[in-house]
Structure formats: C-alpha cells, structure tokens
Design a protein. Structure first.
Length: 70
C-alpha cells in the first residue's frame, strides 16, 4: 500500500453532474470517475484510467525507493 497524499488522484463516485476534462462529455451523478484534486477536475474511468494507473505505479515506485534509503 503506497502512501496517500491530499493531491493524489483517486477513483470516486461522482456526487454531482459535471464534464469530463478529457473527452468533454457529461459525467452523470453516481458514475464512477477519476478525480484529480490538484487540477480540481474529473474524468470518466475509460478516459483517465491509463493516466490514473500510471500515477499509482509511480507512487508505489517512490515509496519503494524511500523504503530502501531510510
């Protein structure tokens, strides 16, 4: 489990309707989305999943590196 920070993207359930920052299509309330707190924007799972997974992988790599040099 990697360390979580306030600005890390996360998968959540949309609390209100909005617009996907990637494709520009509507996000429905209750839909599973990726929320990017640093940019304060959201995207569909299909649109942002690759970037989200890449972010998670880099967080895990950073945690592993930090554990090596404690």
């Amino acid at each position: 489990m990697s360390t979580r920070y306030q600005g890390d993207p996360r998968q959540i359930t949309a609390k209100f309707s909005s617009t996907c920052h990637t494709c520009g299509k509507k996000i429905q309330k209750g839909e599973q989305i990726i929320y990017w707190p640093n940019g304060k924007h959201a995207g569909h799972l299909a649109c942002d999943e690759a970037d989200y997974r890449q972010s998670l992988a880099s967080f895990e790599d950073e945690d592993a590196y930090n554990r090596m040099y404690r």
